[in-house]
Design a protein around this ligand. Structure first.
Ligand code: CA
Length: 233
């Protein structure tokens, strides 16, 4: 049995907060509550939760701002927004805020739990374990290192993030812009030098590939980007 999933509920209406918290706890989630945006942001920034339920109208820091600040700080905990009115839904869609889903009040607990399940399931599918074997490499992401033929090689944080991103998206071609946006955190990346990506890939290949000039793990796809072609064991 896997350990309990931790949910952070940021909601200032006590009745909703208590109702949701009780229901989720009895469903088997570990629920932590915050009654305003300031406390919510502090807790959210710890990254210690599997999912955040985020109200929009909150004291001190509203839900939109809170989500933005989390993403700016590279905290990617999935977020389900709790919205009170249609205009908020428009704003969620329009701003392409980093919310994974939203639910409109009043909602039933049953519907909320279904949404939570769906978001967590999507995340689980993408989750890369801490240690991954690729070809003759054993990569340890939290330790930022890998072994290759028994030799320990250190990875920079960026290199580890790039590798992880490729493994998460091994089924597709990954463009330089996509990497800039998701690994570097640049939005609308076309203004940024995509050569930054190429430089990092060259460096990474020199560490992971047997022959960096004819790569087997991260291959170049002409005029498109790169694709992961390693064998994950
Ligand atoms: Ca509220």
């Amino acid at each position: 049995m896997s350990e309990k999933k931790r949910i952070l509920l940021i909601e200032d209406e006590e009745a909703i907060s208590m109702g949701v918290s009780d229901a989720l706890s009895s469903t088997g989630y570990d629920v932590q509550c915050a009654a305003d945006g300031k406390v919510g942001l502090e807790l959210g920034l710890t990254g210690a939760h599997d999912l955040i339920l985020l109200d929009i109208m909150l004291p001190f820091v509203d839900g939109f701002e809170l989500a933005k600040r989390l993403r700016d700080k590279r905290v990617f905990t999935p977020i389900i927004m709790l919205t009170a009115k249609g205009s908020e839904v428009d704003k969620i869609k329009g701003l392409s805020i980093a919310a994974d889903d939203y639910i409109t009040k009043p909602f039933s607990i049953k519907e909320l739990i279904a949404r939570i399940h769906a978001v967590l399931r999507r995340v689980d599918q993408k989750n890369v374990p801490n240690t991954v074997r690729v070809n003759d490499l054993v990569i340890n992401f939290p330790r930022l290192e890998m072994t290759k033929d028994g030799t320990l090689i250190e990875l920079t944080k960026k290199e580890a993030e790039i590798l992880r991103y490729f493994i998460e998206h091994k089924e597709k071609v990954v463009s330089r812009e996509e990497l800039l946006e998701n690994v570097w955190g640049y939005k609308g990346a076309h203004n940024v030098e995509t050569r930054t990506v190429d430089i990092h890939i060259v460096k990474l290949r020199s560490k992971i590939e047997n022959d960096p000039n004819t790569p087997n793990i991260i291959k170049t796809v002409r005029s498109k980007g790169y694709k992961f072609d390693g064998v994950i064991k």
